[in-house]
Design a protein around this ligand. Structure first.
Ligand code: ZN
Length: 364
């Protein structure tokens, strides 16, 4: 019935003009047609053909605007995108700093907020968050305010809800042995200290060893001062060093290490790999593209475009990058072992410390 429905839709639109026709998930009917394949989907092709026909016969001056949305623009039939049909593309990217601030403000209109909220600070702490996630942060903050008996949502409610969305709720009842707590404290300070001792890394905002429902036993939050669009090779390398800082601290202080670095390892490897394969940041491969990202709107699966021999070399390059970053982290912590002890003990006692407290002890 698809074709008949499309006909009906356009008839209604003509009658109701001026109006906007919005088709969500256009890829379900607008997928590329098979060329000469067997079978195929007749029903869908007819619907698509009808849509194309209707759009062709459309008078642009009648006051009907046709909009469609998709996460997979690459899978659309090229006939759909020809001039006269869907000929303008408006990419909706993740919001930037100013965008996040504005989105937070829009959603907070629906709830009671304290007059002195610093939305910019929340926006800076949520780099990479989507509009839906920001809405969720506001919602969580409202829930928390109610639970705590506040009359309106405070800055602290918002900050806590950012952490809830990033790392899950606090597990207040969790019993962690003193020994494990000590390891976690050194691990987190290891990250923070390596970050602070390198130039060009985002300032430490908060360090905590209160376990979260996501399984994290602690984490270090770094917040950029402003928006960043470019990352230099040094910054990327320093970031890997910071990620290895937790494990480095464990090795240095306890002479052994735990499973606590699994997430760090994953992130460091991902970054190192993209440095080699996509960002042209390794000597061995210069500016050669080794990977292509298939769908940038849906998480972007990357696939290797090289021979098996090259793939093996890539692994070697990635390993070398991570290893030298790890060595750098250990060197930094060795040089500042006293600070590492002082900060870790302070964190053990307080469980959560701010970036300012961290810097104060560091500078003493
Ligand atoms: Zn870690």
């Amino acid at each position: 019935m698809g074709a008949a429905k499309v006909r009906d839709l356009f008839k209604q639109a003509q009658e109701k003009a001026p109006c906007i026709v919005f088709i969500d998930e256009i890829d379900t009917i607008g997928k590329k047609r098979e060329s000469g394949g067997i079978g195929g989907n007749d029903e869908r092709e007819q619907t698509l053909n009808q849509l194309l026909t209707e759009m062709d016969g459309f008078d642009g001056k009648k006051g009907v605007v046709i909009l469609a949305a998709t996460n997979r623009p690459d899978s659309l039939d090229s006939a759909l995108l020809r001039p006269g049909r869907f000929d303008r593309r408006i990419p909706v990217e993740l919001p930037d700093l100013a965008g996040r601030e504005a989105i937070l403000k829009v959603h907070s209109k629906k709830i009671k907020v304290a007059p002195d909220i610093d939305y910019n600070a929340i926006a800076r702490a949520t780099a990479g968050a989507s509009g839906a996630e920001l809405a969720n942060i506001i919602n969580e903050a409202a829930l928390r305010a109610v639970r705590c008996g506040h009359f309106s949502v405070t800055q602290a409610d918002l900050e806590e809800s950012v952490e809830v969305v990033i790392a899950g709720y606090q597990r207040k009842g969790a019993v962690i042995s003193p020994r494990e707590k000590e390891i976690v404290a050194y691990h987190e300070i290891g990250h923070a200290l390596v970050a602070a001792m390198q130039s060009d890394s985002a300032p430490v905002h908060k360090i905590t060893i209160i376990p979260r429902t996501s399984g994290a036993l602690g984490y270090t939050m770094q917040v950029e001062e402003g928006e960043r669009f470019l990352m230099s090779r040094e910054e990327a390398f320093n970031k890997i060093a910071t990620l290895t800082g937790g494990r480095a601290a464990e090795e240095l202080i306890f002479g052994s290490y735990t499973s606590g670095a699994s997430n760090d390892i994953e992130q460091a490897t991902k970054l190192a790999r993209s440095m080699v394969t996509r960002l042209g940041m390794s000597k061995a491969f210069d500016m050669m593209a080794l990977e292509t990202v298939s769908n940038q709107y849906l998480g972007g699966d990357a696939s290797l475009t090289c021979s098996p021999e090259t793939a093996a070399k890539i692994d070697q390059e990635v390993l070398e990058l991570i290893r030298s970053a790890h060595e750098k982290a250990i060197a930094i912590l060795k040089e500042h072992t006293e600070k590492l002890h002082a900060l870790a003990h302070y964190l053990l006692e307080k469980e959560t410390i701010t970036g300012d407290e961290f810097m104060e002890i560091l500078k003493k």
